[in-house]
Design a protein around this ligand. Sequence first.
Ligand SMILES: CC(C)(COP(=O)(O)OP(=O)(O)OC[C@H]1O[C@@H](n2cnc3c(N)ncnc32)[C@H](O)[C@@H]1OP(=O)(O)O)[C@@H](O)C(=O)NCCC(=O)NCCS
Length: 333
Amino acid sequence: MYAAFRSVGSYVPKNVMTNEDLEKIVETSDEWITKRTGIKTRYIADKDESTSDMGVEAAKVALERAGIEPSQLDMIVCATISPDYFCMPSTACMIAKKLGVANIPAFDISAACSGFIYALAMARSFVESKTAKNVLIIGAEKLSAIVDYTDRTTCVLFGDGAGAAIIGATENENEAIIDVNISSDGNYYDYLITPGCGTNRPCSGETLKEHACFMKMKGNETFKVAVKTLTNDVVEILKNNNIESSQIDHFIPHQANYRILNAVAQALKLKDEQLVITVGKYGNTSSASIPMAMNDLYEEGRLKAGDLMLLDAFGGGFTWGSALVPFAPRKTS
Ligand SMILES: CC(C)(COP(=O)(O)OP(=O)(O)OC[C@H]1O[C@@H](n2cnc3c(N)ncnc32)[C@H](O)[C@@H]1OP(=O)(O)O)[C@@H](O)C(=O)NCCC(=O)NCCS
């Protein structure tokens, strides 16, 4: 049995936040943000809109495009660092409830911006081992709830949104996900961190006063490791599978910073048309960024059956991952 990437869907919240809006909140400028990151806008969820609300909307699109009902799902895996609830219940359980599905495994993965590729690795394993036939994977984030809007070094970077995909069983080897590689190095745990309100430093007046429940990042140091790791990771997965970068139809990296994506694409000698970039529009949406970018490609009519996608992600932990995935929709029209 092989695992096929059947469909993709996404959800973008309706409230746009521009660089000019941020200029009114912190000491920054459109020029600085654009030059350093390529980001122009990001979208922000409503106050009463949760991560699972966004995840479920993305999931409905992916389900419809895969031509399956929620009742046909065998498993739901949600990657998120901004879950609806601290500790429990999982956001995947909330999504299952909202889809009207029960009595199947549903769980979250915490792998920061690499979460979607970790979820893909899980889904692929469960399908190939014949434990599941249809797995819904989701990357969903309400990062605006864990971003410190008094910290200009992070608040300009992140946005909200969700992406989803259906991974289904197939006996057709041509449809099979070719390879997924995931890894981590916890020695870098404090480069990207929410230092407070976990069990290490439980929520208290002090942690709240210090804004310790918000994301902190050593941006410059993270940037350097990100470029190196993202490049090495894709070079390795291509080499291991005897695939040349020229054979890739779409390189869809995690959308953190335009300069990082460009550096990796140049190292791989990719043409502009191979590189998918949405960071300018959505900012960094962590685990949601890859499926959101893929969804835009699909909706633009540029992602066709049989196209070979190279996915590449890097994030807090540090975690990273890459995947070689042919797009294998059931419906080819
Ligand atoms: C965050 C990032 C855009 C910052 O760019 P940078 O070129 O590294 O900038 P630095 O952090 O060195 O800061 C340069 C200066 O700009 C200032 N600055 C930081 N944020 C600013 C902002 N929003 N507006 C204006 N100035 C800002 C800094 O205070 C610093 O000023 P100083 O030189 O007077 O001390 C970049 O480091 C980055 O993208 N990092 C990696 C993000 C990433 O990949 N995350 C991992 C995956 S999620």
